[in-house]
Structures are given as structure tokens and as C-alpha cells.
Design a protein around this ligand. Structure first.
Ligand SMILES: [Zn+2]
Length: 401
């Protein structure tokens, strides 16, 4: 179909242009400037600014206080070694598009932009919405989404539906959407137990033997009761240091660092308390504790955005998406609050952050078609109207852990 081919080349032209901006986090290139020009040509009001060297963009169309917001990031991780082609130039290999950021996530933004262009050219208008793009999602995330939220503080109340085009698919576009993310908690313990002369020590006199019992007990431990649509809370030890003063003396100090990925049934206090209890049950002495929570879990139960995305996915791919809350945390955590439905839908994630990052042409085009279908349905009825039509118990809401 002529129309389809033109749209595909528009999508690829955007992607070619944006991949060429070497927007290694934080993005300080003109990539968002180019996106802004595109948005203005479709009637958006666009604000662009830099906060501590991070480019950010906020744009609105229709209402000044939109209830639906599309969220993305223009920064990418460094290219690294091992590329077959130049990472900051789009290459076409077989049916694949290769380049840094094609999946994470310039491809997702390009698919949304091309979908908007298609609907706009067709109808000379678009549904009311906001667009939020940050330049430091892949970095410390201090001056990106957080800065935008500060800048539009008076509009945050009206935002009820957030669509993030992060790469969420396992194998094919539309096979998986994320409706929440687990929290991330780092715990550090400095542990003391008297050192003993090895020749006289019993097995249980040894700090490391005792600590290994703690860690093996963690392996099969249920940290909470579980939570619907979330994987189990899991823990990984990522650092364990202990040294002895001489080869005939058992270690007396150990430094243990671990990370929890936790669902809303747990919280930092409950996990810390359980770890302390297990360590102390082995009569080990905790001399110092370090607690750092880099993200609380968030979750959006069934709501109008999920319903709308599922029917668009079904229309394009013929299948319903699996619901997931796995993987690392995302910028969605900053937007999560009572009554906000946040869903991530994007390209397959297999090659992200790696050399030869690539996506198939089919996945890109299907993502554009899914977004097009979403935009067309929002022309008829807004998500808030859809929510009002549905049962009160099906309305979106935030559940915090
Ligand atoms: Zn990303």
C-alpha cells in the first residue's frame, strides 16, 4: 500500500536522523530540537530546556493540562566495542535496522512520531496529549524526568495516563507490556565476629562459615506473601569481602552488599528487618548498616489505557500482550502516584545496551501501527471518558507497597 510505504520511510528517516545524534547520556545534542520541530509542525506547544547539562522536552497539544502523556528518553548508553557497523549511523542488514538507540529508545519515539504524522496528515488534528522527553534516563536520572516534573508541577495533577515506549517486548513487538516495576533496594552490612586461631577453632567459631549459613538460608526464603502480576521478591549478593590478619587466624570482619528487587508486598523496612534478624540469629555482630532505595515498586491495575493498548495490539498482531512487571526499574517510578495508570510498550529488548543493537523492520512498523491505532481510538473517546464509562472497580488506581 502506497500510504504504508511512505509512512515506513518517514519512520526510518526520523530514526536515521536521530541515531546520528551521538546522544550518549546525558543527551546534549540537538536531537530533541529536531523532535521539537516535528512536534511544532503538528501544532504542539514545545518547551525545551537544559538542566545541569541535560536536555529536556515538554510539549502539549490541545489541552494545557493533558490527561494522557507519552514519555521517552533521547539519551543512549555508550556504543562500547564490537560493532559490525558504525553505531551512530543507521545500517540495514537483512530485514534489520541497526544502530545505537534503535531499540532503546529512539525507535519507540520514531514509531510514535510517525504514527502521529499519519493521523495528523489524515485528519489535520490529533488527540489532546502531552509529550515528555528526557536526556538522562540512562544516567543518574537526576536532572531529567525529575526536572520536568518540577517544571510542570501545576500540571501533574491532571496526568492520569502515561505511555512509555521503553523496549518491553521479549521476541516481537506487542508480545509483552509492563504495567509496573519492582523496587530496588541496596543493603550493606559491616559484620564482626571474633577471629580465632584456626588450629583451635570449631566450625561454628568462624565468621565466614556462619555467614555462608545466612546466605544459603536466603536462597529459598520467601520474603513476602507475593503480589498479583509481580514476580517473587528476589535478592542477590553482589559483594562479599573478608580478610584475615594471618593465615592461621579466621576473619573477624566482613563486608556484605546485596540488592533486593521487591514487589509491592515488601518494603525497605521489612526487608532490612529480615536480613538483620537472619544475620543476628547466627550471633554475628552488625557494626554498620547502609540502606539505599533507588526506586519503590509501582503498579497499575487493569485500567482504560491497558484496555486501549491491548485492543490496538490485538488489532495489529492478532494477539494479546503478556503482562509483565519484571526487569529493572524505569523512569515510570517518578510518575507513579495514586490514580495514575502507567504502561510501557515498545520494541524487543534483546539487543539493548549491547554492540549491534538492532530491531527488525517488522517490529518497528508494527509498533507504529499499534500507536496509530491507539491515537485513532483516542480521537473518538478520551481515556478519562473511557474510565467514566467502565465499572468503578475497573478504574485505574495506584497500589503502593
Ligand atoms: Zn530506555
Amino acid at each position: 500500500m502506497e500510504h504504508g510505504i511512505a509512512q515506513k520511510s518517514y519512520l526510518l528517516a526520523l530514526l536515521e536522523k536521530w541515531v546520528a545524534f551521538e546522544s550518549v547520556t546525558p543527551d546534549q545534542t540537538a536531537c530533541q530540537q529536531d523532535i521539537a520541530d516535528n512536534l511544532r509542525s503538528m501544532g504542539f506547544c514545545v518547551d525545551l530546556w537544559q538542566d545541569n547539562g541535560v536536555n529536556n522536552l515538554w510539549a502539549t497539544l490541545g489541552s494545557n493540562n493533558p490527561d494522557f502523556v507519552f514519555v521517552g528518553h533521547t539519551d543512549v548508553v555508550p556504543a562500547g566495542q564490537g560493532w559490525q557497523t558504525s553505531p551512530f549511523k543507521v545500517s540495514y542488514l537483512d530485514n534489520r535496522v541497526m544502530g545505537r538507540g534503535v531499540a532503546d529508545m529512539k525507535g519507540g519515539i520514531a514509531a510514535f512520531m510517525a504514527a502521529m504524522r499519519l493521523v495528523y496528515d489524515d485528519q489535520q488534528k490529533l488527540p489532546s496529549m502531552g509529550i515528555m522527553l528526557t536526556g538522562d534516563e540512562e544516567g543518574p536520572a537526576t536532572y531529567g524526568t525529575v526536572s520536568i516534573i518540577k517544571a510542570i508541577a501545576d500540571k501533574m495533577q491532571s496526568i492520569k495516563y502515561v505511555l512509555i515506549a521503553e523496549p518491553t517486548a521479549e521476541e516481537k513487538t506487542g508480545d509483552t507490556i509492563k504495567v509496573g516495576r519492582r523496587g530496588s533496594l541496596h543493603l550493606g552490612f559491616n559484620i564482626h565476629y571474633p577471629g580465632k586461631h584456626i588450629a583451635y577453632a570449631q566450625y561454628e567459631d568462624n565468621l565466614l562459615h556462619r555467614l555462608s549459613k545466612v546466605l544459603s538460608a536466603c536462597e529459598n526464603k520467601k520474603w513476602d506473601q507475593g503480589y498479583p502480576e509481580f514476580p517473587e521478591t528476589g535478592m542477590q549478593v553482589y559483594e562479599l569481602n573478608a580478610t584475615s590478619i594471618a593465615e592461621n587466624v579466621t576473619a573477624s570482619e566482613a563486608k556484605l552488599r546485596l540488592n533486593f528487587r521487591f514487589n509491592p508486598a515488601s518494603n525497605p523496612d521489612s526487608l532490612l528487618a529480615q536480613m538483620i534478624e537472619m544475620i543476628e540469629a547466627e550471633h554475628l555482630n552488625i557494626v554498620d548498616t547502609n540502606v539505599s532505595c533507588s526506586g519503590m515498586p509501582f503498579y497499575s491495575p487493569q485500567g482504560p489505557l491497558r484496555q486501549c493498548l491491548q485492543s490496538a495490539i490485538c488489532q495489529v498482531t492478532g494477539k494479546k500482550a503478556n503482562i509483565s512487571t519484571g526487569g529493572g526499574t524505569s523512569d515510570g517510578r517518578f510518575l507513579a502516584s495514586e490514580g495514575v495508570e502507567i504502561i510501557e510498550l515498545g520494541l524487543p529488548r534483546r539487543s539493548i545496551h549491547q554492540a549491534n543493537e538492532s530491531v527488525s523492520m517488522t517490529d518497528l512498523v508494527e509498533l507504529m501501527q499499534i500507536f496509530e491505532s491507539v491515537l485513532r481510538s483516542l480521537m473518538d473517546v478520551s481515556l478519562s471518558e473511557l474510565a467514566a464509562q467502565s465499572q468503578p472497580n475497573q478504574q485505574a488506581g495506584m497500589h503502593h507497597g
